[in-house]
Design a protein around this ligand. Structure first.
Ligand code: 5GP
Length: 211
């Protein structure tokens, strides 16, 4: 690691990427995490999927037409994007860059293909794979949500199986057996990442130079 990398780690916030198969409970865990870690800045994604009941523009997603989304891709406004079960999802780049520059920690709650793109561009991110306790449980969670057709459920399950194979690419695996436990595990990861020597040492070197 060169000096600039060390300075970078010291000055900027952490990019935490929470990913894993559909239905594993990323949304629920992320919402609960925001309650216990209000300092973690949540990145609101753009999507072309239809708004679900209870969702709000700019809170759950920025809802876009396919044309608008394609324009965002062309203008390089997305840090990552993926097509998932017939719709596009993506992370607006500027917001994330701005928050990290200000030293704030940012969390992305995204599917696996997008997480792998972020890893390519931003390997210093913290990649957390949220895993189901077992596959039967995963299916019942997808069905239980009650918002999906049989066809969508099957296609989400087959995507989920492929996604579990990609666990190896992540830094951490957190089993979502209970939301509260999963949140505390993630909180512990973020704390430990902040305490890593590489993130601390530049600060001490700077002080030593000053005394
Ligand atoms: P849902 O339609 O249930 O809200 O989300 C479907 C999937 O898209 C979930 O796995 C969710 O994590 C993922 N997702 C949400 N926002 C983004 C994003 O900005 N980028 C990517 N790659 N996936 C996203």
């Amino acid at each position: 690691m060169n000096k600039n990398d060390t300075e970078f780690l010291y000055d900027k916030g952490l990019l935490v990427v929470l990913s894993g198969p559909s239905g594993v409970g990323k949304g629920t865990v992320c919402a609960a995490l925001r309650q216990i870690m209000p300092e973690l800045i949540y990145s609101v994604s753009a999507t072309t999927r239809a708004m679900r009941q209870g969702e709000q523009e700019g809170v759950n997603y920025f809802f876009k037409t396919k044309e608008e989304f394609k324009r965002m891709i062309e203008n390089d406004q997305l840090l990552e994007w993926a097509e998932y079960v017939g719709n596009y999802y993506g992370t607006p780049r500027d917001f994330v860059d701005q928050q990290l520059d200000e030293g704030k920690d940012v969390i992305l709650e995204i599917e696996v293909q997008g997480a792998l793109q972020v890893k390519e561009k931003f390997p210093q991110g913290i990649f957390i794979f949220l895993a189901p306790p077992d596959l039967a449980e995963l299916r019942s969670r997808i069905v239980g949500r009650g918002t999906e057709t049989e066809e969508t459920i099957n296609s989400r399950m087959s995507v989920a199986k492929e996604e579990i194979e990609l666990m190896d690419k992540y830094n951490y695996v957190v089993v979502n057996d209970e939301v509260e436990k999963a949140c505390h595990r993630i909180q512990a990861i973020v704390l430990a990442e902040h305490l890593k020597k590489d993130r601390q040492i530049a600060k001490y070197r700077k002080w030593l130079k000053e005394v």
